[in-house]
Design a protein around this ligand. Sequence first.
Ligand code: C6P
Length: 418
Amino acid sequence: MSQVNALQRPPYRFDAEKWRADFPILRRQVNGRPLVYLDNAATSQKPQVVIDAESNYYSQTNSNIHRGVHRLSELATNQYEAARGKVRRFINAASDREIIFVRGTTEAINLVAQSYGAQNIKAGDEIVISTMEHHSNIVPWQLLCERTGAVLRVVPINDDGEFLFDEYRKLVNERTKVVAVVHVSNALGSINPVKKIIELAHRFGAKVLVDGAQAVPHLTVDVQDLDCDFYAFSSHKIYGPTGIGVLYGKAALLNAMPPYQGGGDMIRQVTFEKSTYNELPYKFEAGTPNIAGVITLGAALDYVSAIGLDAIAAHEHELLEYATAAAAEVPGMRLIGTAHDKASILSFVLDGIHPHDTGTILDHQGVAIRTGHHCAMPLMARFKVPATARASFALYNTRPDVDALFAGIAKVRQMFAK
Ligand code: C6P
């Protein structure tokens, strides 16, 4: 758990209670109890400024973009393209052309698997992923392998849930064409050494896609420093709306790739004989996009940037350490995912108690966590568990939230002791 600079460790000044007040949903009750929301890895809650941005767009600006000559269309286009610039700055991409708006991480990965894959992958080529991938970073590559005869290779992990770099070194070779790896595991919290992974893949000429769904809300991501070829993330996990996400790709790669979908806005000229395609990024944004979603994502990134991702990361890290220490005191509680470098996720099982029962009893206490396989069934098989219970932290969580989680866990154990 060393990703956070020691200087940012407590005592630090992070007023989670103050930020908490920005999130109206956190004032509601669930099952007659104050809501303790610890399911942030599934989706985070939205601050009032984000809710307002969506509402303002529809009440003041709503119009289609890149099409109309009228004032509202111009305003909407400007706000949409300004949000693209915000995303570029947030992940330090070299150009706005490298930022493609998609529905989410899932669509971003499917876009690359289908478009890059169609042009560059053939029978006998190898695609390398890891054991801890989300289904979104497994199935699109399996589909590609089925279509092309390419082979999927899987990097193993150790019992702490850490990526085994030496095993990766043995797997990657001249046949490797794509490495697709998660930056932060949604089910374990492990932070993978993506920079090293990318560097090695590049030595063999392979391209690297990083699934950043769980990283972008918790770590500062610099795609130029990482030198990744593609980076995918979803807005809804970083305090933005659902239905919108980002694919970053290096311009040279995106330029050479065929379109993913055909339709309006992605063309330059259409005749019945042949169509030519628009320049980046529009080539990959067919049809009317989620305009409100993009603009509202921009507001969410402004919000996070104003607080500071480093401060958020330090706060969440402190909560994770607090929760990890509390877990060590609970008899029969086993953490799944004890990597040295970890972010914001406490996945666990309780001896003799199904995680769904744990989740249901916690819900009765107003504590929302996720239980299940977390869309990572091969990972569950690796740990020989059908499911885990998972608490995941965000900037507005506090030590009393963690205390409520452990009070709930005590109640679960008490009920099953009978
Ligand atoms: N993980 C979770 O509870 P979408 O659904 O496209 O926004 O994100 C998919 C996805 C891809 N990669 C990782 C690492 C993810 O965590 C997720 C979404 C949620 O863990 C829902 S399954």
